[in-house]
Ligand binder design. Structure first.
Ligand code: FAD
Length: 469
């Protein structure tokens, strides 16, 4: 029996920082990792995809160089082996640094293997049984593979196996028109593949406002990505040169054939093989560990952090989970998950930065919603850079004057949107942001202009109106 003050299962985005904070507070800590140190973000998520997106951006810029008066002799070629090698080098460096970090912590023992509860606060890893006063579960998730008819009879890719691709698929069919599917779609189109995105819903990125989703689609259609929406009954079968995806769409041919198919239809938590029942830890219908607002599970002194608790699906939400738990446990704070304002990005080019509520959520919360918006064609920095796609939209509550949310689809949208979040956390009236002076020429400098032209949501200009301006 190996006794510790704390056991941490998983080295994703919450576990390593939690381990460091506890170890430096003098607690004895066991860290367990069954696969690669750093988890999804480092190995299969943020780091590799954003590195690949950078290569795709370079290819796009090279192809459009003439628009900027720059000549490139001969056709632009993408060397997929080198693209992958660049990605692998960055990932390897990050993974190694997480592992070295864990192994160098004081009071900490690292176990490599699969952890499984055998009782409350008692975990088996290989031949070792570990017990502790506190257990922190940070096991993350993995790609969800739906039981589409035929799925087991064909080769398919997931966001994990895409990391091993070092060749150019001739025609990549992507099932799933949400964040992961669209990032891969634009990336591979820019590398040179034909790309078809199949989406079961009536529009892409279903949690976004329709004008935002339509504008994202227009941007991708302009790069010759094909979309098949309303694909209600997806089925897969082998085709002569790859895979045929049957769709039964309301419109268009009933199937699309490609050389490769990527399934990007969501993720599921890594909780089915953790022995949670033995520890009295409850999960919901989708396998997410049930937690309260301070991330306690249903078992005393056991916490669930990161994607596995279903309260966030991002690196920054997982890291914030760590901050909440550590501050409450070690600094006597009373931080809560419900104080967190949703913020995230879709890393297409241009990116979509999102914070707070969308229109439907703002209306649903009973707010008297004002909206301000501006097409990126009216942003001088965007014109100067030749990147005028998209638009910006900010929602404000007429009564409280607080900023409710924003969607910034355009040049630097992932950064620009963050210029609103401090005012939101500070519960400041929007006029504070409106009256602040910003640098020219930037995209952010137009945020005060948008806030100076707020109008009731019902008389809002649509994205297509905006495009015609
Ligand atoms: C393609 C893709 C792109 C993404 N891009 C972004 C992005 O740009 N920005 C962003 O914020 N988020 C992004 N995400 C999401 C982000 O990667 C995750 O939200 C984040 O990694 C979640 O971290 P986590 O702490 O929950 O656990 P994870 O990072 O998933 O790590 C969990 C760890 O636990 C280990 N583990 C699991 N079970 C056990 C067990 N029983 N015993 C021992 N170890 C175990 C796993 O091996 C893994 O190392 C992306 C995800 C994907 C798939």
């Amino acid at each position: 029996m190996n006794r510790y003050d704390a056991i941490i299962i998983g080295t994703g985005q919450a576990g390593p920082s939690m381990a460091e904070r506890l170890a430096k507070a003098g607690m004895s800590v066991a860290v367990v990792e069954r696969a690669r140190f750093g988890g999804t973000c480092v190995n299969n998520g943020c780091t590799p995809t954003k590195t690949l997106i950078a290569s795709a951006y370079a290819a796009r810029l090279a192809r459009t160089a003439a628009d900027y008066g720059v000549e490139i002799a001969g056709p632009v070629k993408v060397d997929m082996a080198r693209v992958k090698a660049r990605k692998d080098a960055l990932v390897d460096r990050s993974r190694k640094s997480v592992e070295e970090w864990m192994r160098s912590l004081p009071n900490t023992t690292v176990y490599q293997g699969h952890a499984r509860f055998v009782a409350a606060r008692s975990v088996k890893v290989g031949a070792d049984t570990l017990t502790a006063q506190h257990v922190f579960i940070d096991v993350g998730g993995r790609p969800y593979v739906p039981d589409f008819p035929g799925v087991n009879g064909v080769p398919y890719l997931t966001s994990d196996s895409m990391m091993d691709v070092d060749f150019l698929p001739e025609h990549l069919v992507i099932v799933g028109g949400s964040y992961v599917g669209l990032e891969f779609g634009q990336m591979y189109r820019r590398f040179g593949s034909s790309v078809t995105v199949v989406e079961m819903g009536p529009r892409l990125i279903g949690r976004e406002d329709p004008d935002v989703a339509d504008a994202v689609r227009d941007i991708l259609v302009a790069e010759d990505i094909d979309f098949r929406l309303d694909a209600k009954c997806v089925a897969l079968e082998a085709a002569e040169r790859g895979v045929r995806v049957k769709l039964q769409c309301d419109a268009g041919a009933p199937a699309v054939s490609g050389t490769h198919v990527l399934l990007a239809v969501g993720r599921r938590p890594n909780t089915d093989d953790l022995g949670l029942k033995e520890a009295g830890i409850e999960v919901d219908a989708h396998g997410y560990i049930k937690v309260d607002d301070a991330l306690h599970t249903s078992a005393p002194d056991v916490y669930a952090l990161g994607d596995c608790n279903g309260r966030g699906a991002f690196t920054h939400t997982s890291y914030n989970d760590y901050e909440i738990v550590a501050d409450n446990l070690l600094s006597g704070a009373s931080r809560k998950v419900s104080d967190r304002i949703p913020i995230y990005a879709l890393f297409t080019d241009p990116p979509l930065g999102r914070v707070g509520m969308n229109e439907a959520e703002a209306r649903g919360a009973g707010c008297d919603v004002l909206v301000g918006q501006l097409p990126m064609t009216q942003v001088s920095r965007a014109r100067e850079k030749g990147e005028t796609q998209g638009f910006m939209k900010v929602l404000v509550d007429a009564k409280s004057q607080r900023i409710l949310g924003a969607a910034i689809l355009g040049l630097g949208g992932d950064e620009v949107v963050q210029s609103l979040v401090d005012a939101m956390y500070g519960h400041l009236p929007y006029t504070v942001v409106q009256h602040g002076v910003r640098i020219h020429p930037t995209v952010s400098e137009l945020i005060p202009t948008i806030l100076g032209e707020l109008a009731p949501l019902r008389s809002k200009v649509t994205a297509s109106d905006a495009k015609e301006k």
